[in-house]
Design a protein around this ligand. Structure first.
Ligand code: ATP
Ligand code: MG
Length: 226
């Protein structure tokens, strides 16, 4: 069964009196454990597409299924529950809380779920170790490099064992060497933890190691390459 299925999806934003069609007739099926890149120029609809897959937004038209269950018609609170249980997020600006240490940032999703601190802490420390940051566990984000911050964010995205991780331009604020390392790390975790990853990028050099690349232009899929 596909993890994500999109059928004839349109996304139209209402901007005052004008309408912006961000996505047009998107048909897409993503299997469990795939490692996928969404690429295309600025404004082509990458963020719009990821926001739909990540249940952060709902389509204007069409049908969206997650693990076989139709989700575009669910109420907001049920959508939020599904999101918390099944999806991890990595953002280009890292989105870490500045007053918390690395391990406290990683632990947050577990605390939101009501896990006990002692247990959540152990899980968070194990995830930090997996991304190579065991030694930096007590440091605040402003004392970490960009690449290290993004590793913390990846550990946080994975700490709740999601089926799917959505990463919107996770390397946009990194130099090319660090960008490459972050993609490699995501690839490693994809294989080891059997988590599906979908990330977006502007950078064609980061497309080498993906299972599939999906090209967007003007809100439409123009190319799918394996
Ligand atoms: N909240 C919004 N309201 C109105 N229009 C929007 C909104 N979000 C995105 N758009 C428009 O939808 C289109 C697709 O935007 P989107 O952010 O999905 O592109 P993108 O491929 O992620 O671009 P970038 O590479 O610059 O991040 C653009 O024309 C954009 O201006
Ligand atoms: Mg974007």
């Amino acid at each position: 069964m596909a993890l994500v299925t999109m059928r004839a999806i349109d996304k139209i934003y209402q901007l005052g009196s004008t309408q912006v069609q961000a996505l047009r007739d998107i048909n897409l099926s993503i299997a469990e454990q795939e490692f996928i890149a969404i690429w295309g120029p600025s404004g082509s609809g990458k963020t719009s597409l990821l926001n739909l897959i990540g249940l952060l937004d709902t389509p204007t038209q069409g049908e969206l299924y997650l693990a076989g269950e139709r989700v575009d018609t669910l109420d907001d609170d049920i959508l939020a529950q599904q999101r918390n249980a099944k999806i991890g997020f990595v953002f280009q600006g890292f989105n870490l809380l500045p007053v918390l240490s690395a391990w406290e940032n990683v632990m947050l999703p577990l605390q939101i779920r009501g896990a006990r601190v002692s247990q959540a802490r152990d899980t968070a420390l194990a995830k930090l170790q997996e991304v190579g940051l065991a030694e930096q566990r007590d440091q605040r984000p402003d004392t970490l490099s960009g690449g290290q911050r993004q590793r913390v964010a990846i550990a946080r995205a994975l700490v709740g064992n999601p089926a799917l991780v959505i990463a919107d331009e996770p390397t946009a604020n990194l130099d090319s060497a660090n960008s490459y390392r972050i993609i490699e790390l995501m690839r490693e975790l994809n294989r080891r933890d059997k988590v599906t990853f979908i990330f977006s990028t502007h950078d064609p050099r980061l497309l080498e190691h993906v299972d599939r690349r999906i090209r967007l232009d003007d809100g439409q899929i123009t190319q799918t390459e394996v």
